[in-house]
Ligand binder design. Sequence first.
Ligand code: ATP
Length: 339
Amino acid sequence: QRVLGIEGTAWAASAAVYEVESDEVSIESDPYQPESGGIHPREAAEHMSEAVPSVVETMLEAAGERAAEEGRDPEDAPIDAVAFSRGPGLGPCLRIVGTAARAVAQRFDVPLVGVNHMVAHLEIGRHYSGFDAPVCLNASGANAHVLAYRNGRYRVLGETMDTGVGNALDKFTRHVGWSHPGGPKVENHAKSGEYVDLPYVVKGMDFSFSGIMSAAKEEYDSGTPVEDVCRGLEETVFAMLTEVSERALSLTGREALVLGGGVGQNERLQGMLREMCAQRGADLHVPEDRFLRDNAGMIAVLGAKMAAGGDTLAIEESAIDADFRPDEVPVTWRAGEPE
Ligand code: ATP
């Protein structure tokens, strides 16, 4: 079994092939790099319309070569299903991904699978961790969620009340004139910075980043060295994510945490989570960087599980959903697993 995944919710035009039996994933991505400012939906969609067909063709060729090596009949489809990011994301980008996926499904007459991008961010970590029932922290660009599976759904235990965590960091770096994406630059500058105090906002199990961003911009404007503001940002924002993750572990009684999302590539965040988990005796799984940032590999892996359980879409019901929440997804692929 071999599944093609297609991703393109915001910045990464990406296609992947997942070989189910060998559990191998190959990914081909083409990132959108804004010339100035942050992600512009129209420009991002223009990027997707050029880059998605090309990464898909590259991966289909690779799948064809693998199929030929296996001795598959060249008349047969080189893939067994197509999975695509159905949402959440930027509508104009998602529509291009959906169109590409439908075209491939029809060309090869294979099932079409609509994957929730946020659930894919969590499931890829659970897949490679081997953990049964972890708490999942998704720290991505446009989102920030703490989730755990229970009774057929991923339940949102805590989430951002305003912007996504990566977008918040990117807004600060835009203010200081750095190019997008800002997260890696915050990480580099923070290494030589002294901590400065910024507002820490956790309410119950939810967090807010907008006040911290305004305060960080004010600190910078008042002459505080940018390295110090970056350090303060990392310490404050990641401590908030760590606190809520710890409370989620404590309240659910779970003993494992899985990290997901592009901000998860940050070593300081990984370090804080590692320390917190070690203190509680919980396990932590941090996926490889290629699976943390947006990528089609996670779409292909979850798509394969959904397809195996018959969770496929008819073409006429395969509309995208820009506001697709993770807790809207009936989890069909975990039947019989621990709650
Ligand atoms: P979502 O998955 O919510 O749709 P997204 O599409 O923006 O988000 P991701 O690839 O999950 O994409 O995350 C991108 C974000 O990760 C950007 O905001 C970027 O600045 C941030 N980021 C990347 N590397 C780092 C890092 N080392 N430290 C902090 N943030 C980082």
